[in-house]
Design a protein around this ligand. Structure first.
Ligand code: SF4
Ligand code: SF4
Length: 109
């Protein structure tokens, strides 16, 4: 039975990261980035990124990693045929347009 006074459940995980646009602070390794000069747009990395993380997107003609969603789990690394995914210790927050891409067409939901 509900009383109508319960607080809404607190969002966790990927949904929280999307809403706050913040990385999980327990992730100590830097997020990964894709070198677009080398990428051949095969989408293998996008399919390899685990759904609860869901960090890789097609953005126009580029394939991008939203750093706030990337745990550095490295599951995308072995599938890349051209080895163009690298750690990005100097990562910057994703631009608004990357988040708009995520909101408009999220392949992980
Ligand atoms: S390191 Fe993991 S979370 Fe980050 S983009 Fe690759 S598969 Fe996704
Ligand atoms: S697996 Fe490598 S080449 Fe293929 S889309 Fe991802 S980054 Fe680009």
């Amino acid at each position: 039975m509900t009383t109508g006074t319960e607080a809404a459940p607190r969002k966790t995980g990927r949904q929280l990261r999307i809403e706050t646009r913040e990385r999980n602070p327990v992730w100590k390794n830097p997020p990964l980035m894709i070198d677009m000069d080398e990428c051949i747009n095969c989408d293998a990395c996008l399919r390899a990124c685990p759904k609860p993380l869901g960090a890789i997107f097609n953005h126009s003609i580029d394939v991008i990693i939203i750093p706030e969603l990337c745990s550095a789990c490295d599951k995308c690394l072995p599938v890349c045929p051209v080895d163009c995914i690298h750690p990005d210790p100097d990562w910057k927050p994703a631009p608004d347009e990357w988040w708009e891409t995520q909101a408009e067409d999220d392949p992980y939901v």
